[in-house]
Design a protein around this ligand. Structure first.
Ligand code: GDP
Length: 300
């Protein structure tokens, strides 16, 4: 509830300006999609016929640079109810069952080449230490302590594999940017994790976690830019979107906007982004739906 004004501002900032003025009265966020959000939604459940089609032909080019249009979706056909709340993500025909029924910890790998060797698709979660990665993993799988929170800097860094519904992996990568970590630990992160990204053929996408409460950090930008340069599909997952302001008075939507501005050079087309909070559950179901469409497309 508390987040609505933030979302509203964000939505107005980024997306409503793309729509014809006649449609803006239905904003903000009168999204029928939200109420029909279902974990067991069958493929093709997002129907463009439920609401009158909004013609965006004038702005279609621009829309492509703002919204994440998934495979199989015509940008000209996008309607407001296909956009996931609190994100720039359009749901397309590949969206499917997003319910987490079971999760198993499959083990930790010290080296990328020790990771499970099977064909299951996987999503890697990455972010600065303390960004809320463990909390988000626990929230996604609805377990309190699947991922251990508050790991200590400088400890051996591991790749942890969680098997979800016996069909796909959620992967917890070592956090980066420990404030007090020695230089050697940072270098370790870099070769270790980059090796994983460049060699993991079953990687569907990286969820790059960015704390929405702090102004853009260079290390997060470097990471996003490195992924962009290496053509590794990324979704930016803004965390802790349950505060309307931080102690310095900055609002999450301002930080989110400035992060997007700063990665523009490496991403001519906006990567998908979504606001989440493990504290309130904001964005959880939406993120799972987004992951389901990426996974189903990958599987095809
Ligand atoms: P990690 O180091 O990235 O795994 O981060 P953790 O999940 O251990 O969380 C770091 C700190 O952020 C802890 O104090 C959490 O309680 C806090 N935190 C995590 N998620 C949220 C969130 O959604 N909202 C708020 N307000 N705090 C959070």
């Amino acid at each position: 509830m508390m987040l609505m004004p933030v979302r509203t501002r964000l939505f107005n900032l980024r997306i409503s300006s793309l729509l014809p003025s006649s449609s803006s009265s239905s904003l903000p966020f009168a999204l029928p999609f939200r109420s029909s959000l279902s974990h067991s939604a069958p493929p093709h459940h997002v129907s463009a016929t439920k609401t009158p089609k909004i013609s965006i032909s004038d702005t279609a080019k621009f829309v492509r640079t703002i919204l994440f249009i998934p495979p199989g979706t015509d940008p000209e056909e996008v309607t407001e109810d296909m956009i996931l709340p609190g994100s720039n993500i359009v749901l397309g025909p590949y969206v499917g069952d997003a319910k987490v029924k079971e999760v198993e910890f499959m083990g930790s790998s010290v080296r990328p080449k020790d990771c499970p060797k099977d064909d299951r698709p996987e999503f890697a979660m990455l972010g600065r230490s303390n960004v809320g990665k463990s909390s988000l993993i626990n929230s996604l799988v609805r377990k309190k302590e699947v991922a251990l929170t508050s790991k200590k800097p400088g400890k051996t860094q591991l790749i942890n594999h969680f098997l979800v519904n016996k069909s796909w992996y959620l992967v917890d990568l070592p956090g980066y940017g420990f404030a007090n970590a020695p230089e050697s630990a940072r270098m370790d992160w870099s070769s270790f994790t980059k090796g994983y990204f460049l060699n993991r053929e079953t990687l569907v996408g990286v969820l790059l976690l960015v704390d929405a409460n702090v102004p853009t950090k260079k290390i997060d930008l470097d990471c996003a830019n490195w992924l962009g340069r290496n053509n590794i599909p990324m979704t930016i997952v803004f965390t802790k979107c349950d505060k309307s302001k931080n102690s310095k008075g900055q609002r999450p939507d301002e930080n989110i906007k400035s992060f997007q501005e700063l990665i523009k050079e490496n991403y001519k087309i906006q990567p998908p982004w979504i606001m989440t909070s493990s504290a309130t559950g904001l964005g959880r179901d939406e993120l799972l739906l987004h992951m389901s469409q990426l996974r189903n497309y990958w599987d095809n």
